[in-house]
Design a protein around this ligand. Structure first.
Ligand SMILES: [Zn+2]
Length: 179
């Protein structure tokens, strides 16, 4: 079970997100205080931290400065460009403006930040209808690799930032890994 720290100042929001993440199968630790986040990180060794930019005592920025080995997502009540730039500069894994997202999207973005993206590799045989047209669309002229003649595969990576059933597509050679 993945461990998550939810550090949100607002009590109602915090309990709402704790419930959402618990329902999504996370073990959740919660606080409104940045100092607690640092203690919890040492004690519980979480997989990821979701923290307000303005947690009590120690801010989200200072949490970012203190935690180096775990992904930290910064949560903000507004989409402020200067806040976002500062957070990204301090190596925030993501910056989420809570007025622009649904709770499901927040869960998705936490999963993406942990590297839990699904992907599929499909071989391009005749059974994959329309594959040749798709290849052409990507600028390829043949089914096989230009370098080693191995059949290309279609690689699909789930993109939860767009929606539950969206995938990013690309082609590559399974032998020499060239695109
Ligand atoms: Zn090749």
């Amino acid at each position: 079970m993945k461990k998550l720290i939810v550090a949100i100042k607002n009590n109602i929001m915090r309990s709402a997100y704790c419930e959402i993440f618990e329902a999504a199968g996370f073990k959740v630790f919660q606080t409104n205080n940045g100092r607690d986040v640092l203690h919890l990180v040492e004690k519980e060794k979480p997989d990821i931290v979701l923290a307000d930019i303005d947690t009590e005592e120690i801010s989200g920025y200072d949490i970012l400065k203190s935690i180096k080995n775990i992904p930290v997502i910064i949560f903000s009540s507004t989409e402020r460009k200067d806040e976002k730039e500062k957070a990204i500069e301090l190596n925030a894994k993501d910056f989420i403006s809570m007025d622009r997202v649904t709770p499901n999207e927040v869960v998705s973005r936490v999963r993406i930040a942990m590297g839990e993206q699904k992907s599929y590799k499909l071989s391009l045989k005749e059974d994959l209808l329309g594959a040749k047209d798709l290849l052409k669309d990507f600028g390829y002229f043949q089914l096989s690799c230009r370098h080693c003649s191995t059949d290309l595969v279609l690689n699909l990576i789930k993109d939860l930032s767009v929606g539950e059933n969206y995938y990013k597509a690309s082609f590559f050679c399974p032998k020499c890994f060239k695109k």
